[in-house]
Ligand binder design. Structure first.
Ligand code: M6R
Length: 363
């Protein structure tokens, strides 16, 4: 069943091009109907979004905030389910409540969905990998990702297919709100449909990432940096590493370095940097200089034309192409591979990390 792979996690990382293509398979036009019969009526009447999730699904939600506000112009809040369900919040009936979950059974996310509904927010949408799950049944609208069964406890293909669905949701809402002209729509869809191919090209970087993993395997701490829409990707990279390699990892928006985490930087700590070629590149470079000045070792996943080259203390892996708004889907892949190979070298049970369950159905 594992074919050429050693673990389900590795297999699932390599299934991503297929999983993303399958998630897009039934998509023709960008229309509310993709999200359920009542979606047209509901989308017309929403003026904000509230995303609720846990773990990796929460990072998918955080990523999509940048799309929803940047492309669709809709205010978007993102909440950790276990926090949202127990705090006093101000409900707004015009909010689209979006729960995101691989399993659709996560206790806190399900409870948060019911909590939102009890507060009068009945416009609910679940993005989920299991069509028959509790969350899908409890929601008015749904989008089913087609990642296929995910066995590894560390979520990989579920995450990238969630992002695929969330980008579609963004385009759909942008269109309903009259913020998407047909030319842009066609271009975004062209990019989205090309993602599986682009991910395949990123997967070919595996040997280079393995060489880095050899060095990471002996570390006890790591720092992950990103900016803008790649900050949630840094968070996801750090979660992957800690979850399966048991290396303490923290992610920061690079602009926060000076506000504390820079104190951690010395020769011994690897600093993984997500460096897309976007409008924040120059800012990111100056953050990298701050790390370099403290003799930190930088491990940079850099797009082409960023001018970032390997030097004594900067190690660069070049990403195959710049991918504009969909770049987070590509940049997370080498972080998954880095975590996987580091955990494997450390001899850990990659598919079943200690203390964790695949689906957290109790609080
Ligand atoms: O099934 P869900 O997406 O609701 O699960 C949420 C989290 O438990 C899950 O993403 C967890 O953080 C993963 N183990 C991360 O790899």
């Amino acid at each position: 069943e594992l074919g050429p792979y050693r673990h389900y996690m590795q297999k699932e990382i390599f299934e991503q091009p297929r999983a993303i293509a399958d998630t897009l398979e039934a998509v023709g036009d960008v229309t509310p109907g993709l999200f359920g019969e009542k979606a047209a009526e509901v989308f017309n009447d929403v003026d904000r979004i509230l995303m609720i999730a846990c773990g990796t699904s929460y990072y998918a939600a955080l990523t999509s905030k940048y799309w929803l506000e940047g492309i669709a112009g809709i205010p978007c809040d993102v909440e950790i389910a276990s926090e949202y369900r127990y705090r006093k919040s101000v409900p707004n009936p015009k909010t689209l409540v979006v729960t995101i979950s691989q399993s659709g059974e996560t206790a806190d996310t399900l409870a948060a969905l019911k909590h939102a509904r009890d507060l009068g927010m009945t416009k609910t949408l679940t993005i989920c990998n299991v069509a028959t799950s509790a969350m899908v049944r409890e929601s008015l609208l749904r989008y089913i990702t087609r990642a296929g069964v995910e066995i590894g406890v560390a979520s990989t293909k579920a995450f990238t297919t969630q992002l695929t669905a969330l980008f579609l949701l963004t385009l759909c809402l942008a269109k309903v709100k009259g913020r998407l002209d047909p030319k842009d729509e066609a271009e975004y869809m062209r990019l989205l449909r090309h993602v599986p191919k682009a991910v395949s090209a990123v997967l070919a970087l595996e040997p280079q990432v393995m060489a880095w993993a050899e060095r990471f395997a002996s570390k006890e701490d790591a720092l992950f940096l990103g900016r803008g829409i790649h900050y949630p990707i840094a968070l996801e990279g750090a979660l992957k590493l800690k979850e399966i390699s048991y290396i303490h990892a923290e992610a920061y928006p690079a602009g926060e370095l000076k506000h504390g985490p820079l104190a951690l930087v010395d020769e011994s700590i690897p600093v993984v940097t997500v460096a897309p070629n976007d409008e924040l590149l120059e800012k990111l470079k100056s953050n990298m200089k701050e790390v370099e000045a403290r003799k930190g070792e930088l491990y940079v996943f850099a797009d082409a034309d960023t001018g970032l080259e390997s030097t004594e203390h900067i190690h660069v892996i070049r990403m195959p192409e710049n991918y504009g708004p969909l770049s987070p889907i590509l940049h997370v892949v080498p972080l998954q591979l880095l975590a996987y190979h580091t955990a494997f070298i450390r001899g850990n049970d990659v598919d079943k990390p200690r203390n964790l369950a695949k689906s957290v159905t109790t609080e």
